[in-house]
Design a binder for this molecule. Structure first.
Ligand SMILES: Nc1ncnc2c1ncn2[C@@H]1O[C@H](COP(=O)(O)OP(=O)(O)O)[C@@H](O)[C@H]1O
Ligand SMILES: [Mg+2]
Length: 606
């Protein structure tokens, strides 16, 4: 498979069938209307046949009709009126059934696509972090947007009566064979040729569209990256460079699209030509048959009408070949995402204990982002409920990786992580995650107000809970000091707030969660000394009485922790209290001396 595309299982449109199950009733209604319409389409040319043969040429009616309709020899005008009325009725029935079938089908189709889109989003959200790190976010958005739209277009084009026409094909072919099998074979000779041509074309088209969608996904990936990194792009003046990159990618996407459309444009005239040839031959042969007295002029009319009836779905299908191939490629891409299963899931009999004290233990844990390259080696570590443990070590030592095992963002390759003595993998994932609150270096905020961002910490929390949490961590006055207070609008990624303010919000959010375990991953790095003082005060209130894992760059902030663990290249190299470790010399003493020499170390400690 291509790089950056999700390996999917073999797919066909059929794979999406279970989305249709809840709509079986409406779907059956649509199918009935279309079958009804197919019968009507089959009957449409017959009144004309009898008008020509019986009203104009005075041929007697067949026995089964003779009892129903006026006698052509004596009452030709009455017969003409009856046949005219039949034509009118058939026309009306055709229109009504077409409307009903199309309407039902479109409704079902659009609702189904809506369901697929929601299911896709829900599925995406639950795929593991590992998947999202590998996957290009822009490409996923292209799937959720463009590919879903393509499926929708396909469904819309189905409403055009194609189904009913396809259903009539068999009926028309049978009737033609009964009237005159030789003539029927002449007319139908083009069919196998058409099938082969169509088959080949669809294959090429699908290949072209797959390529086009892939390029489009890459293009969106790039756009997403640039927009997310816009400060860097502008600060380094790389707009022109990104313009060129965009042009280049867009051109590839354009090229693939043009190729696909050229293929499609070639198909319609080819099919048109085939159909025209078949019609010409059939007309010539049919007229000759009439002259020879083999069939009546009325029967020739029926034949020609059916021929048009057959050509119409074929031509429509040729037009739809593009939409169909596109849709099948889109469905393929959507299915690729659905076929991904989250690596981290509940075990079949996962437990949900009624309470959690927050005791943690790592037992000989090994972990690597790829199995051949371990990031954590044989980590053993016990944290009693309510204790504060600090993790220190150089950048890249594996601190963030270690704490990411606690909310089960990843599972250990070897060993166990235990919560209150139970392996995390034996507990329900939602239970485990409910016990953990995270405060990260870069607080993630969503578009909305400040209080909404705090209330995000717990489902169902409202304004009052947000204020209570802010009070509990001691930032209520700070927030009230803002011009809009709790209603301060927060842009995407927290635009509009200072770094310290954003961190307050994420601390209050963690407080609202009220979970027994708190993880702080360098929450004060990147803050100025004054903000850091406030943030540290808030963190102190947040972590009081909770099991806390704190990762800190500035060691002055962690000297009071119950225990300090020093990580180096994924291994625990030292553990003990601040005093013990300083006395031992070694890695911690080195880190401490280089850290306290920094001028901005605040006096307050956690
Ligand atoms: N998502 C990831 N995929 C692959 N490697 C990663 C990923 N995250 C971190 N690493 C690697 O794991 C090692 C430890 O990283 P990390 O736990 O972030 O260190 P720390 O937090 O101590 O700075 C580093 O070598 C880093 O490159
Ligand atoms: Mg880190």
């Amino acid at each position: 498979m291509k790089p950056n595309s999700i390996p999917g299982r073999a797919f066909s449109l059929w794979a999406l069938r279970h989305f249709l199950r809840p709509r079986l009733v409406a779907l059956s209604g649509a199918a009935l209307a279309m079958m009804g319409r197919a019968v009507v389409l089959l009957l449409v040319p017959w009144p004309l046949k009898f008008i020509v043969d019986s009203v104009i040429f005075h041929k007697p009616l067949p026995a089964w009709l003779a009892g129903l309709l006026p006698n052509p020899q004596t009452h030709s005008v009455a017969l003409l009126t009856a046949l005219g009325a039949a034509m009118l009725l058939l026309g009306v029935a055709d229109a009504v059934l077409d409307y009903l079938g199309g309407r039902l089908l479109l409704r079902v189709g659009q609702h189904t696509i809506f369901d697929i889109r929601c299911a896709l989003f829900a599925h995406l959200q639950r795929l593991s972090l590992g998947f999202h790190r590998r996957q290009n976010a822009g490409d996923l958005m292209a799937r959720l947007g463009g590919d879903i739209q393509t499926l929708q277009d396909f469904v819309m084009s189905l409403g055009s009566g194609l189904f009913a026409h396809l259903l009539t094909v068999v009926g028309m072919a049978s009737v033609m064979l009964i009237i005159d099998w030789r003539f029927a074979l002449v007319v139908l000779a083009a069919a196998p040729l058409l099938l082969v041509v169509t088959q080949r074309y669809i294959q090429h088209l699908k290949k072209a569209f797959r390529q086009a969608r892939y390029k489009e996904g890459q293009l969106w990936g790039m756009v997403q990256e640039v927009i997310a990194g816009i400060p860097v792009v502008q600060a380094y003046g790389r707009e022109a460079y990104e313009d060129r990159r965009f042009r280049q990618r867009a051109q590839q996407s354009l090229g693939a699209g043009v190729w696909a459309n050229q293929l499609q444009m070639g198909f319609t005239p080819l099919v048109g030509g085939l159909v025209a040839t078949a019609t010409g031959v059939a007309t010539w042969y049919g007229a000759a048959q009439v002259l020879a007295g083999q069939i009546t002029p009325g029967e020739l009319l029926v034949f020609l009408a059916y021929l048009r009836g057959l050509a119409s779905p074929v031509r429509q299908f040729a037009k739809m070949a593009g939409v169909t191939s596109k849709a099948s490629v889109a469905a393929e891409r959507i299915w690729e995402v659905f076929s991904q299963e989250p690596d981290i899931r509940d075990a079949p009999r996962a437990l949900r204990p009624s309470s959690c004290r927050g005791g943690l233990e790592f037992r000989s844990v090994c972990f690597g982002y790829n199995p051949h390259e371990l990031t954590l080696h044989d980590i053993s570590l016990r944290i009693e409920a309510g204790q504060t443990i600090a993790l220190v070590g150089a950048t890249g030592a594996g601190k963030s990786t270690l704490v990411s095992l606690i909310p089960r963002f990843h599972d250990p390759l070897k060993g166990q992580v235990l919560l209150d003595g139970r392996d995390l993998r034996d507990l329900q994932l939602t239970f485990v995650r409910d016990q953990v609150a995270l405060v990260l270096q870069e607080p993630l905020l969503f578009r909305g107000t400040l209080w909404e961002n705090i209330a995000y910490g717990r489902a169902g929390a409202g304004y009052a809970e947000a204020v209570a949490a802010a009070k509990a961590v001691g930032i209520h006055e700070l927030i009230q000091g803002l011009p809009d207070g709790y209603n301060t609008p927060v842009g995407e990624r927290g635009v509009g707030l200072s770094g310290g303010q954003r961190q307050y919000v994420s601390i209050a959010r963690a407080m609202l969660r009220n979970s027994p375990i708190v993880i702080l991953d360098e929450p004060t790095s990147g803050l100025d000394a004054l903000s850091e003082r406030y943030v540290l005060g808030a963190l102190k209130r947040l972590t009081k009485g909770r099991t806390t894992l704190v990762i800190a760059h500035r060691l002055a902030t962690i000297a009071e922790a119950d225990g300090i663990v020093v990580l180096d290249q994924g291994r625990i190299v030292q553990a003990g209290t601040h005093g013990q470790l300083l006395g031992q010399g070694g890695r911690y003493a080195e880190l401490w001396h280089s850290s306290v020499r920094r001028p901005s170390s605040p006096a307050e400690v956690l």
